[in-house]
Design a protein around this ligand. Structure first.
Ligand code: ADP
Ligand code: MG
Length: 226
């Protein structure tokens, strides 16, 4: 599903953010990426949704060679990959339902399809009663659930979440992680970047540790050791 072959990412002029990454993530896995600040976790996430490109090496995602992808193909790749960020990135002037439906409108989905899918997604993230609210009228945890509903809109094969609970308290963190687990149980591959030790240790899933741009450990049912 995701394969890094000798991938390096160098930000000009000379910041080596990732160094010779070799990694295979299979369909349906739930993988946590951990490590200290500045070790390349977000860079790895950005490579996955083609916000950045490898400087060296090859990155293949679901049959797409992302290292060589043409600009025009990036939107097609991104439909297979849902992305969730620490700061939610919701559109403040749109309601919950509009934030979720926006990506469907962009690709020209029919109004009927939108009317079906948006309530379905809001049900999955437990926000069916809040469709008409604006982001500022929601708690942080609720905003992140809207962002997750939006990320699911194209039924992606992969969800990439970069510190999705970084702005949340313990209870909301727990809810978001449970939601990601549920999405993973539906069959979606989840790549979770986090530095939350409790989350990682309670997940009992694969853990990849980065240090200074390199993978220093990769363990099934791993623990956070830094
Ligand atoms: N757009 C950029 N331009 C230059 N350097 C960057 C850029 N983004 C990240 N970096 C640098 O790359 C390294 C890895 O950053 P990042 O992937 O954000 O790490 P993490 O998410 O683990 O904190 C850091 O040294 C950071 O300063
Ligand atoms: Mg980061």
């Amino acid at each position: 599903m995701i394969r890094f072959k000798n991938v390096s990412k160098i930000y000009r002029p000379h910041t080596v953010a990732l160094k010779n990454i070799n990694l295979h993530i299979k369909a349906g896995e739930f993988v946590s990426i951990v490590g200290q600040s500045g070790t390349g976790k977000s860079t790895l996430a950005k490579l996955l949704f083609a916000e950045e490109r490898p400087t060296k090496g090859e990155l293949v995602i679901g049959g797409w060679d992302v290292s060589r992808i043409r600009r025009g193909q990036i939107p097609l790749l991104r439909r297979q990959i849902g992305v969730v960020f620490q700061d939610f990135k919701l559109l403040q002037k749109k309601t919950v339902a509009e934030n979720v439906s926006f990506a469907l409108e962009v690709v020209g989905a029919s109004p009927r399809r939108i009317r079906e899918l948006v309530p379905h997604l809001l049900r999955i993230v437990n926000l069916e009663g809040k469709a008409g609210r604006y982001p500022r009228q929601l708690s942080g945890g609720e905003q992140q659930r809207v962002a997750i509903a939006r990320a699911l809109i194209h039924r992606p094969k992969i969800i990439v979440a970069d510190e999705p609970t970084g702005n949340l308290d313990a209870i909301n963190t727990h809810d978001i992680i449970n939601l990601l687990k549920k999405i993973n149980e539906f069959g979606t591959t989840v790549v979770l970047v986090t530095h939350n030790r409790e989350i990682v240790n309670s997940l009992r899933k694969r853990v990849i540790t980065l240090d200074k741009g390199e993978i220093v450990s990769d363990q099934e049912e791993g623990r956070y050791r830094l």
